[in-house]
Design a protein around this ligand. Structure first.
Ligand code: RUQ
Ligand code: CUA
Length: 867
């Protein structure tokens, strides 16, 4: 009832809003709505998620890409995808798995000596300080091949992979503890902790679960494997986990299923796992004091070393009062600690309830050693009722929770898998407040920092397991579907669907964009996977080919628009290593590098050094080239690798003689080239003068662009010297080539310089009124720009100052635009027609458009000094 009332009010408010916008846009909006069949509420929803070009999002989401073994990065509220990060899976664009540096990271994920090139990513997690996201690191787990990867949020690259030495699968990771001391990672399918065969009949004796506490260094962003340890647990299937916070800091919580310890056997006539593993009414929430266990693990007496990894046996944990069990409704799924750490909320999955456990109650029972019994492994069991704050009946299949901005008052959101709904409820009063349908079968849901100590509210993303009919049919394998829900009002409102072409994206985490501080470039010569200076760092002038026996090392540079060296000859069988340094400093000037046939690729962002390595085991000629369209001369950014057989004799085929140019022709070409360079330089100098006059240094973005521009310009003297030397020696041909190179550098300088100028103009010009803005659009769309260039006489007169040229100028200009033919005989117009040999045609502008254009012309006059 309330819900409908609210939706109705928002519809009415929305309608008036749309109506006023619509009238301002001259009915255009109404036309679009009609043509596309959009209702007012659709338009409001669209407006809530639309980012005009160049506008950025408030939140950034990191989503697991599931079996694709990657991380998907997108913005909220626009739901625009920003990046895929290669994690457990090769990612060719970024060279991940195709250059040597990233291969080393990928190969850290080998298990028992075997290469694994995919992962089943489930839970991304952001590093925390005081339970709040610090925007520095992202961790993500692989369920199939139990591993954790660390991604650096300075460059969004995977920097480390560690494999779990004792688990055979791991689902309940990754969860940072409150100050990123540890990353929690719980096993899923119980298995022997060693790597030996143990018959399934010995399940209870030889199979185990557990929780690994990965020690994390939040400064370096590295897991310290040696300092990590695992808490042995019974062979229940541990599932999701969460770290305590605030009052429960130092503790961990992991729930489980199959406390029945059923092992199936359909093939021998036993009921299937699904029946046997969900037989009991309750399973166990594992509660453990990791802080205490970490201290215990320092003493050798307290640990078993299995596969080189420290494991604390169950009895040691129990003896030290560090491990407890609490019954929870059968086969639960998510466990989510409240922002202050006081409530631990477990979702029922097969039970319609969420169970709200209270930390102070649990602690009281632990302190009083008040147990209701022990499990077969001797772990004390706390009373469920006495640990509970209460239970709330939410609906069918509750899975995961996220907290809202008013979490202190109990605001929480839960996904309902079976009901295909998000439910808003209160974990303190245990009341259900609102339900929103989603499409379909939601798994996780993602709030904005919704599980940190500082939830931001505003949106919930529903990560649905099925898309069914939501999108264009692209075959039986459907896209995934993330739905954005507005939670800023009393009731929820579903805003938009986003199809994702990678799956299955189990879990996502969102952070305020303002907390992320990505690099624009690397310090020159950086190995981005280790963040140290690369042994192969090569600066301009240091390019070389070194040979040592059959090992060939090439120290190469790339910069717009050439690769140095451009010809490489090696012998068949040589081991070739090529180090590539991108000398660019300009933002976004990445180059890529590949060689035909050798399965290598590197992405070279400004300042990066990466290497590729291969055995040149086939004879032939192999073009190499830059794979990013980096400049107008990108196609020319290439060279040849030639592999010859040292045992063969090759006869030269050189026969074709080209006509040579005469000295006079060469001199003429040389002069022409120099003249073009002088003219280009004059343009650059005028831009420089403009930038200086308008104090570009006061604007950080512009200053950065100017620096980029001068990186190019600074290379000119060296080229000029070479040109002049060649000229002195009478080698005009070479002198022309170097002068041409100078022109290339000037064009690149001018390119960035003009971008800097435009940016500066947009920063210092007075703000355009809405009418002036509309006028600029009308001016552009009406084709006025075809003859008039602002600040310049082109095929028509410059319009700066046009409003000063006539008496009663606004009327004059208006009359002329609306009916030029009528004024061809006006003496001023006649003289212009004579001068330009052109008559201004009637562009059939409306009166409104004409008036707007006049406002635009006024704005131009106000800023005349900038054009
Ligand atoms: S799970 S749909 Cu892998 Cu997080 Cu719950
Ligand atoms: Cu560098 Cu294309």
């Amino acid at each position: 009832m309330t819900k409908h009332f609210n939706k109705l009010t928002s519809l009415i408010v929305g309608t008036t809003l749309v109506a006023s916008v619509a009238s301002a846009a001259g009915g255009e909006l109404q036309k679009v709505m009609k043509a596309r069949g959009l209702s007012e509420i659709d338009v409001i929803r669209a407006a809530k998620t639309y980012n005009p070009s160049g506008v950025k999002d408030e939140f950034v989401v990191f989503s697991s890409a599931g079996q694709a073994g990657q991380v998907i990065v997108y913005g909220v509220p626009s739901m625009r995808i920003l990046k895929y990060i290669g994690v457990f899976t090769p990612e060719p664009w970024q060279g991940y798995g195709f250059d040597e540096e990233s291969k080393k990271v990928l190969r850290q994920g080998n298990i028992r000596g075997r290469e694994i090139n995919w992962g089943d990513t489930h839970h991304p997690a952001l590093s925390e300080i005081d339970g709040k996201y610090d925007g520095k690191w992202l961790a993500i787990n692989d369920k199939a091949n139990p591993r954790i990867a660390i991604i650096d949020l300075a460059d969004f690259e995977t920097k480390q992979i560690v494999s779990n030495k004792v688990f055979k699968s791991a689902h309940g990771g990754s969860f940072f503890t409150q100050n990123s001391e540890y990353i929690i990672d719980a096993a899923q399918y119980a298995a022997p902790l060693d790597n030996n065969y143990h018959p399934i009949e010995d399940y209870k004796e030889s199979y185990r679960g557990g929780v690994t506490m990965w020690k994390f260094d939040n400064k370096k962003g590295k897991i310290n494997e040696k300092a990590s340890f695992t808490i042995e647990m019974p062979p229940y299937m541990q599932d999701l986990s969460d770290a305590g916070k605030g009052v429960s800091h130092g503790w961990g919580f992991t729930n489980s299923f199959n406390t029945e310890m059923y092992t199936g056997g359909i093939e021998v006539g036993m009921p299937p796992n699904e029946a046997g593993m969900s037989r009991n009414d309750t399973d166990f929430l594992h509660v453990y004091n990791w802080e205490k266990l970490a201290k215990l693990a320092e003493d050798k007496k307290n640990v078993k070393v299995i596969n080189g990894h420290r494991v604390i046996p169950i009895d040691i944990a129990v003896k030290n009062n560090a491990l407890f069990l609490i019954p929870e409704p059968k086969s639960p799924h998510g466990v989510d600690v409240s922002p202050d750490g006081e409530y631990i909320i477990v979702c029922g999955k097969l039970d319609t309830h969420a169970s709200v456990f209270k930390w102070s109650k649990i602690q009281k029972l632990i302190k009083a050693k008040k147990y209701v019994g022990k499990d077969p492994y001797g772990i004390p069991i706390l009373d469920m009722k006495e640990s509970l704050h209460g239970q709330a009946e939410l609906g069918l299949g509750p899975l995961h929770n996220q907290y809202g901005k008013n979490w202190k008052d109990g605001e929480i959101y839960t996904s309902l898998y079976v009901d295909s709904q998000i439910v808003k409820w209160n974990y303190k009063t245990l009341k259900v407040l609102d339900k929103e349908n989603v499409h379909y079968n939601v798994g996780h849901l993602c709030g904005m920092e919704g599980k940190s100590a500082d939830p931001q509210g505003k949106y919930i993303i529903s990560l649905n397991k099925l898309a069914i009919d939501r999108f264009q049919n692209v075959g039986p394998l459907h896209p995934q579907n993330h739905q954005l829900i507005d939670i800023s009002g009393k009731t929820m409102d579903l805003l938009v669907d986003m199809p994702l072409p990678l799956g299955e994206p189990h879990q996502a985490v969102a952070i305020r964009a303002s907390k992320l501080h990505g690099h624009v470039r690397y310090p020159m010569g950086t190995n981005s996977r280790t963040d140290s200076i690369h042994e192969g760092k090569t600066l301009a002038g240091q390019e070389r080919i070194e040979r040592n026996g059959n090992k060939v090392k090439i120290y190469a540079t790339v910069v717009r628009s050439h690769i140095n060296p451009e010809r490489i000859t090696v012998n068949k069988g040589d081991e070739v290593t090529m180090y590539l340094t991108n000398l660019e400093r300009a933002q976004d000037e990445a180059h890529g590098f590949t060689i035909d046939n050798f399965n290598v690729h590197a992405s070279l962002e400004p300042g990066k050094t990466a290497s590729i390595k291969f055995i040149a085991d086939i004879e032939g000629v192999f073009p190499y080239y830059c794979t990013e369209f980096c400049s107008a001369l990108h196609l020319e950014m290439m060279g040849y690798l030639m592999v010859k057989d040292p045992n063969k004799k090759y006869v030269s085929a050189q026969k074709l003689k080209m006509k040579t140019m005469s000295k006079a022709d060469l001199t003429a070409e040389y002069k022409k080239t120099v003249a073009v360079n002088d003219a280009t330089d004059a343009v650059i100098q005028s831009v420089v003068a403009f930038l200086k006059e308008n104090k570009f240094g006061d604007h950080k973005v512009v200053a950065a662009l100017v620096t980029d521009a001068f990186d190019q310009y600074g290379q000119i003297p060296a080229q000029k010297k070479k040109a002049d030397e060649a000229l002195k020696k009478g080698d005009l041909e070479k002198a022309i080539l170097f002068e041409n190179m100078i022109w290339q550098l000037m064009v690149k300088t001018a390119d960035v310089g003009i971008r800097a100028k435009d940016t500066l103009v947009s920063l210092i010009a007075t703000k355009k009124s809405d009418a002036a803005q509309a006028g600029e659009t009308a001016f552009g769309e009406g084709g006025c720009g075809g003859c008039h260039v602002i600040g310049k006489v082109s095929s028509g007169p410059d319009l700066t100052g046009v409003l000063q040229r006539h008496e009663n100028p606004e009327k004059w200009v208006k009359d002329f635009i609306m009916d030029p033919e009528k004024m061809y005989h006006d003496p001023y117009v006649a003289s212009m027609v004579d001068y330009f040999k052109l008559k201004m045609p009637n562009q059939h502008m409306s009166e409104k458009e004409t008036e707007d254009i006049i406002e635009y012309l006024k704005w131009i006059d106000e800023n005349a000094n900038l054009f």
